[in-house]
Design a protein around this ligand. Structure first.
Ligand code: MN9
Length: 306
């Protein structure tokens, strides 16, 4: 029985993949991190996507990671498996596997690298969606310019497509889509820097990279926004956005992993070509995080380094 898509909402980390120091997928760490994020109160997990370095993994590795997370989550929170890849057959294989192991939904970026036409992209989503019985959440990174809003509206008419992860800064379009497609079509805001604005525009949830390291911060934001207190939510958002904008200057996946590990939540390492900044820059980053925590004691940010 597949989950009712309307229950998939709230704060959903685009979960990082835990690699060990040799860049191998580390399933023990994956289990521990899944457990820790659930304890932190996240409302779901979105795995093997961009933040999960999914495109840097083989299909077999993606499957093994998905199995570990779904087994550990054990139905406590919904798990969305990102199955996006460059070719339809590869994605169908991942989608069928995700359904078999109990994923609640799948998601995919549009096929990339070649400039696929709108019709190619439409048939990609149609073919994957029809290969499984679980819902598909289309991932539109509008900053990447692969799909326009006309195509997104067309994709929303596909039977299995039940939602959209919308990573963009044009919230007027997000708001219009939500109003048009109604309560049964889920919209997840994907720009962490503007999570509060996304919720104000009608998003049902937020899916993003920084909810790995700042689940407490964004739970606080989500809870205030759910009560309609967007002013208070935005006060927290301003601090969170300052942190995010600072960290995105570098390859922030390995930095985020390091800060989390130093704060007691072992997140492992990243895969090359992602790399850590040099040690003196990393020290500056640590100092920046300490300063943010000291200056904003009212904002929960417990995994932002030591
Ligand atoms: O939607 C992420 N976007 C991309 C997910 O990966 C393109 C976001 O969570 C960003 O990493 C975040 C920082 O810019 O907003």
């Amino acid at each position: 029985m597949s989950i009712e898509i309307r229950k998939v909402k709230g704060v959903i980390p685009a979960m990082i993949t835990t690699f060990d120091e040799n860049e191998d997928v580390d399933l023990k760490r994956a289990e521990a991190l899944t457990e820790a994020l659930i304890k932190e109160g996240v409302d779901g997990l979105y795995i093997t996507g961009s933040t999960g370095e999914g495109f840097l993994m083989t299909g077999e590795e993606r499957k093994a990671f998905a199995e570990a997370v779904i087994r550990t989550a054990a139905g406590r929170v919904p798990v969305i498996v990102h199955v996006g890849d460059i070719g339809t057959r590869k994605s169908i294989e991942l989608a069928e596997h995700a359904e078999r192991i109990g994923a609640d939904a799948i998601s995919s970026v549009p096929p990339f690298y070649y400039h696929f036409s709108s019709d190619d992209i439409y048939s990609y989503y149609r073919d994957i969606s029809s290969s499984v019985g679980i819902p598909m959440i289309v991932y539109n990174i509008s900053l990447a310019g692969l799909m326009d809003s006309g195509l997104v509206r067309r994709l929303a008419t596909i039977d299995g497509v039940k939602g959209l992860k919308f990573t963009a800064r044009d919230h007027d379009d997000m708001c219009a889509l939500k109003m048009e497609l109604g309560p049964d079509f889920m919209i997840y805001s994907g720009c962490d820097e503007m999570a509060t604005q996304g919720l104000l525009a009608g998003a049902d949830g937020i899916i993003g990279s920084f909810y790995n390291m700042m689940p407490d911060t964004f739970k606080a934001i989500y809870s205030l926004a759910s009560k309609g207190d967007f002013k208070a939510a935005f006060e927290i958002q301003k601090t969170a956005t300052t942190v995010i904008k600072y960290l995105v200057q570098w390859d922030f996946f390995p930095i985020m992993k390091t800060l989390m590990t130093e704060a007691g939540l072992d997140a492992g390492y990243s895969r090359r070509p992602f790399h850590m900044p040099d040690p003196s820059t990393m020290d500056e980053i640590r100092a920046f995080c300490r300063k943010m925590k000291a200056e904003h004691p009212e904002v929960p940010m417990k995994y932002l380094g030591r």
